[in-house]
Design a protein around this ligand. Structure first.
Ligand code: HEC
Length: 222
């Protein structure tokens, strides 16, 4: 079974096991479906990493090791320095561009935490061969992407122990949704639904960011 097929099978088993549990607790008849998820199966799912580093696997990796891996497994799409090949996503630069007409959202300019980067690479990259990297490789690649954004030095070694010390510049611009307070004046108790004579003002325009090129135009992965 391929890795992703196995993952789906485990996901289905875990979902069924979780779905059956409430029925049992209410004293209903057993449906005979599924089984309790094994600790290994839950561990395979439970890979999220929190900003304070909770959830990180043991391990470490240097910028240098990350650079070599990046050239092998990532540069075909993201460019040697994270500048993006063709229309594949840019991973570095863009600092200070967020309020401009053409904001460039990268790990360095936009993302809130180093843990977001670690989690994303571990979960989804390399595109087409996700979850093939060891924890040490994910540490090394995260370190290299951070270095491309000038957030750590070239001799830096990222590990579970020093992870929480790495701060991303845009962290402070992520905050809890405060619209209930900050936008209260926009809200009417009874919104008008018919024959409304409300003046409409355009206050902004959405910009379409298409980061995933279609498969015909991008480089091939084995
Ligand atoms: C075949 C092309 C390809 C390869 C190879 C690849 N990526 Fe990606 N990467 C993508 C695409 C496409 C996205 C955007 C996916 C989406 O948004 O749905 C992405 C997104 C990312 C992002 C998030 C960017 C953002 O700002 O949203 C990171 C970080 C990343 N890749 C790191 C890596 C690393 C590290 C490797 C090597 C281990 C790698 N990628 C290999 C295609 C690739």
């Amino acid at each position: 079974m391929s890795k992703s097929a196995k993952f789906i099978a485990i996901a289905a088993a875990a979902t069924i096991a979780f779905a059956v549990a409430p029925a049992l607790s209410q004293g209903k008849k057993k449906s005979g479906l599924g089984r309790v998820a094994l600790p290994e199966e839950i561990a395979a799912w439970d890979t999220d990493v929190r900003p304070d580093g909770a959830g990180l696997p043991p391990g470490k990796g240097s910028v240098k090791e990350g650079e070599a891996l990046f050239q092998e497994q990532c540069a075909a799409c993201h460019g040697e320095f994270g500048e993006g090949a063709g229309r594949w996503p840019v991973l570095a630069g863009g600092q200070g561009s967020l309020k401009s007409e053409g904001p460039e959202k990268t790990v360095g300019s936009f993302w809130p935490y180093a843990s977001t980067t670690f989690d994303y690479i571990r979960r989804a990259m390399p595109f087409g061969n996700a979850q093939s990297l060891t924890p040490d490789q994910v540490y090394a690649l995260t370190a290299y992407v951070l270095q491309l954004n000038d957030l750590v030095k070239e001799d830096f070694v990222l590990s579970r122990e020093n992870f929480a010390s790495v701060k991303l510049p845009n962290e402070k611009n992520f905050y809890d949704d405060d619209r209930e307070v900050s936008e209260k004046h926009f809200w009417n108790k009874k919104p008008c639904m018919t024959n409304c004579k409300v003046e409409v003002k355009v206050t902004g325009h959405a910009r379409v960011l298409d980061v995933t090129p279609d498969s015909k135009t991008g480089p091939k992965v084995d």
